[in-house]
Write a protein that binds this ligand. Structure first.
Ligand code: F6R
Length: 365
């Protein structure tokens, strides 16, 4: 049932091109440069009237939500906010009828996310679930919903759910943008970029052996940093979460600018840094940060754009990803980091599909 793969996690990583195709099938209208999201059922008036897209979730779903926040501000010039579901529900949050709330949950059963859904509904917000498991509690209780169609995710560490969640969040942001301000031409450009993603992810999967080789260099470390800017910051968060969960290496993610405000004190030869330095806004600055890391003897693995010699030269090791805009690179680069985490954990002999202390769905607070 693992389809010839050694672990469900690897199988699910490799399923991503197909899963993302399923998550976006019929939802991206390249001609009209927009997204068709019938589960949201938003009228043209509603598209304009919302003041804010508020996203709630936990763990990997929370990291996907951060990409959603950035995308809605970037595409739609609309206020976006993401909040950890438990923090949201216990803060007496300011939320109401001008908010579109999207609750993200692979399982649809996460207790804190479910409580956030109930809280937002009570306060009069329109709530949509972005859920993978059909018929789950969040899918039933949220007034509206979009199913991920990622297929079953068995491995405790979430992989294809994240990349599908981000694909759908980009679609939601595109839909809001086109309803508010974005030109047809710009919408078509973004729609076509979203449609390219499965092929780009496939190209990363073809580097599996190469990534496994790079991973060999990391087996011995106890700590790691992940850094990225802008859209690459949520990727750093998700990269660090994945390596913690499955390889038990302690990892912290920072937006690269934050390094010099404290964490830099920890840099030395036993503190490797994974830097998201693929081409896009902020890349040059991240390259600068990498040089600062190396000056303090920290070894650096760069995720770089294919053929970017400047970025390559700044690093000890690189994983190359195909050129794409940063908003879709969130998916492409995350795929590379999933494989990286997988191989580090495998080489450390960890129980990849069932990490200690973790369960697939967290139905208690
Ligand atoms: C990470 C992971 C967890 C879940 C989190 C939320 O690999 O699996 O962090 O993402 O528990 O779960 P869902 O999305 O089911 O609400």
């Amino acid at each position: 049932e693992k389809g010839g793969y050694e672990h469900y996690m690897l199988k699910e990583i490799f399923e991503q091109p197909e899963a993302i195709r399923n998550a976006t099938r019929g939802r991206i209208d390249a001609d009209q440069g927009t997204a068709v999201l019938s589960g949201l059922a938003l009228s043209p008036r509603e598209l304009v009237d919302f003041h804010r897209l508020l996203i709630v979730g936990c763990g990997t779903s929370l990291n996907a939500g951060l990409v959603g926040e950035y995308a809605v501000e970037d595409f739609a010039a609309m206020l976006g906010e993401v909040e950890q579901a438990a923090e949201f529900r216990y803060r007496n949050p300011i939320v109401g009828s001008k908010d579109l709330v999207v609750a993200i949950s692979q399982s649809g059963e996460t207790a804190d996310t479910l409580a956030a859904v109930r809280e937002a509904i009570n306060k009069g917000a329109m709530v949509a679930g972005l859920v993978n498991v059909v018929g789950s509690t969040i899918a039933r209780e949220a007034g509206r919903g979009i199913y991920l169609h990622a297929g079953p995710e068995i491995s405790v560490a979430s992989t294809k759910a994240f990349t599908c969640q981000v694909s759908v969040l980009l679609s939601i942001a595109l839909k809001l943008a086109r309803g508010r301000r974005m030109s047809l031409e710009e919408g078509q450009r973004i729609a076509n970029e979203i449609l390219r993603v499965p092929d780009l992810v496939q190209q990363v999967l073809e580097k599996n052996d190469e990534i496994a080789k790079v991973a060999e260099n990391f087996v011995k470390f106890d700590n790691m940093f992940y850094i990225g800017r802008g859209y690459m910051f949520p990727v750093a968060l998700e990269g660090a979460l994945k390596i913690k969960e499955i390889s038990y290496i302690h990892a912290e993610a920072y937006n690269a600018a934050e390094l010099k405000h404290g964490p830099i004190a920890l840099l030395e030869e036993n503190m490797p840094v994974v830097a998201l330095m693929n081409k896009g806004p902020g890349k040059e600055k991240t390259v600068g940060n990498v040089e600062e890391c190396r000056a303090r003897k920290a070894p650096v693995l760069g995720v770089i754009t294919e053929g970017d010699d400047e970025a390559r030269e700044a690093c000890d090791w690189v994983i190359e990803i195909p050129e794409c805009p940063h908003y879709t690179a969130t998916i492409v680069a995350t795929t590379a980091l999933q494989l990286f985490s997988y191989h580090v954990a495998r080489l450390r002999g960890c129980p990849i599909d069932q990490p200690r202390n973790l369960a697939k769905s967290v139905t208690v607070e």
